[in-house]
Design a protein around this ligand. Structure first.
Ligand code: PSV
Ligand code: MN
Ligand code: MN
Length: 425
């Protein structure tokens, strides 16, 4: 389904309401010396990739309840992302998972993406599942496996993913490893780490000069005692071992409770080694739920560091942004619209932080003022700024409402049927 652009304009009453709210906020912010037009431009330019696995219903450990009208092919997934992008103009990229989404006709897939105004962001390799007919199993690890055969198979897969990404115009690959152990003594930590390091170095050799390798970390799951790349320090070390085109990727859900993620972001950007970022929210673990739905202030503090890093760390490359989500209860497209909205809102709030004033207050050890400055930005209702960015891009002012008014899900069910299961996961 492709939405007719004529159906996306907001009505005159909505626009008049918006203009009133925007003018009010813009005049208030201008008095604080905030350059509103450039802030709105930044919001309009911010694009987040949607992973090909987020368009259908995900599972829980205990079951999977399919959602109606789920996409059954890569083409349908691209169309769903096209819907999101038309409604928000902030989802202009797709991140593919291989082998779940290997294109059969590259030319057709690229043409469709072009038509939908989508680019191909990082490709993701998958060595956490055995593919049918595979010679070696990943049950006891992939890049870290003590079996050379399993390691070589996993390395070859990653190299293949790079080739697929090259054909699509991607410029990066993300490696997330499920490798780990569930029982003390099961792994020799040093052997597992050394095997992983050697395997990543081998994969790295296949990267073209204008490509990047993103290394994700995660403290536990699917194994529960140890994970080979357990934290940002291990990822950072491995990235440094590989070379300058390798970076750490921060996924918000991949931390133990109460970890100071904003400080991790800051350290990595300072060292020029933050390459990718996966948005989601969580209360207990890698919950992959709607961005900003549980800890919005923590997200703001993280964004504050990202904004600071983007302005002050030229040594750090442009980041690859992606929503890494899973949906068990909500319509996946509605959930993604809400996540995109939360990202834009939080980014806008972080852009409001008066960095000069904050630096001064920090210098003077005025701790209360430091907190006030952050709170002032966080407590501002920035939604008129986000809507203004949308208006500029000819997107509807209220994407979720428009999605429902247009009956997108009903239309998808008509096209694809009721009992659908998205490919992948
Ligand atoms: C597993 O934890 C995971 O959610 C990682 O965050 C990856 O980015 C994603 O799966 C896809 O491999
Ligand atoms: Mn992730
Ligand atoms: Mn995850």
């Amino acid at each position: 389904m492709i939405i007719n652009p004529n159906k996306l304009s907001s009505d005159s009453k909505q626009i008049a309401n918006h203009n009133e709210q925007f003018d009010h906020l813009a005049s208030r912010l201008s008095k604080q010396n905030i350059e509103v037009p450039s802030l709105v431009d930044k919001l309009a330019a911010f694009q987040v990739a949607i992973p090909s696995w987020a368009l259908g219903a995900g599972g829980t450990r205990f079951g999977r309840y399919s959602y109606f009208g789920e996409p059954a092919s890569l083409e349908q997934k691209l169309e769903d992302i096209g819907v999101l992008h038309s409604l928000t103009r902030s989802a202009g990229a797709v991140s593919l998972h291989i082998p779940w989404d290997i294109p059969t006709d590259y030319k057709a897939v690229k043409e469709l993406a072009f038509e939908l105004d989508l680019r191909f962001d990082a490709v993701n390799s998958n060595t956490f599942q055995d593919s049918v007919g595979a010679k070696h199993s990943y049950k006891f690890g992939s890049l870290s496996n003590t079996s050379i055969g399993a390691r070589q198979q996993a390395i070859a897969h990653n190299k293949e993913v790079i080739k697929i990404g090259e054909k699509l115009g991607s410029k990066s690959m993300t490696v997330w490893l499920a490798d780990g152990s569930s029982f003390p003594g099961q792994h020799n930590f040093q052997t597992a780490l050394s095997n992983t390091q050697d395997s990543l170095k081998e994969i790295y050799k296949s990267l073209a000069d204008d490509w990047k390798l993103f290394i994700e970390y995660k403290p536990y799951e699917p194994y529960f005692y140890s994970t080979v790349i357990q934290d940002w320090g291990t990822s950072f070390m491995l990235a440094n071992q590989c070379g300058e085109k390798a970076y750490t990727l921060v996924d918000l859900g991949h931390h133990l409770p109460n970890t100071n993620i904003e400080q991790i972001v800051s350290t990595l950007m300072f060292k020029g080694k933050l390459g990718g970022f996966h948005f989601n929210d969580s209360k207990y673990g890698d919950d992959d739920i709607t961005v900003g739905s549980i800890k919005p202030y923590a997200l703001f503090l993280i964004f504050n560091e990202l904004v600071y890093g983007m302005a002050n760390n030229p040594q750090n490359p442009e980041l690859s942004w992606m929503i890494d989500a899973s949906h068990n209860l909500k319509d996946p497209l509605e959930d993604l619209i809400q996540s995109l909205e939360a990202i834009q809102i939080t980014y806008a709030k972080a852009l409001l932080v008066d960095q000069d004033l904050l630096k001064q207050a920090q210098k003077e050890h005025d701790v209360s003022l430091c907190q006030e400055i952050l709170q002032e930005a966080y407590l501002t209702d920035v939604r008129p700024l986000v809507r203004q960015a949308r208006l500029k891009l000819n997107a509807p002012l209220a994407p979720l409402q428009t999605y429902r008014n247009l009956g997108v899900r009903e239309q998808l069910i008509k096209e694809r049927g009721k009992n659908t299961v998205a490919t992948g996961l």
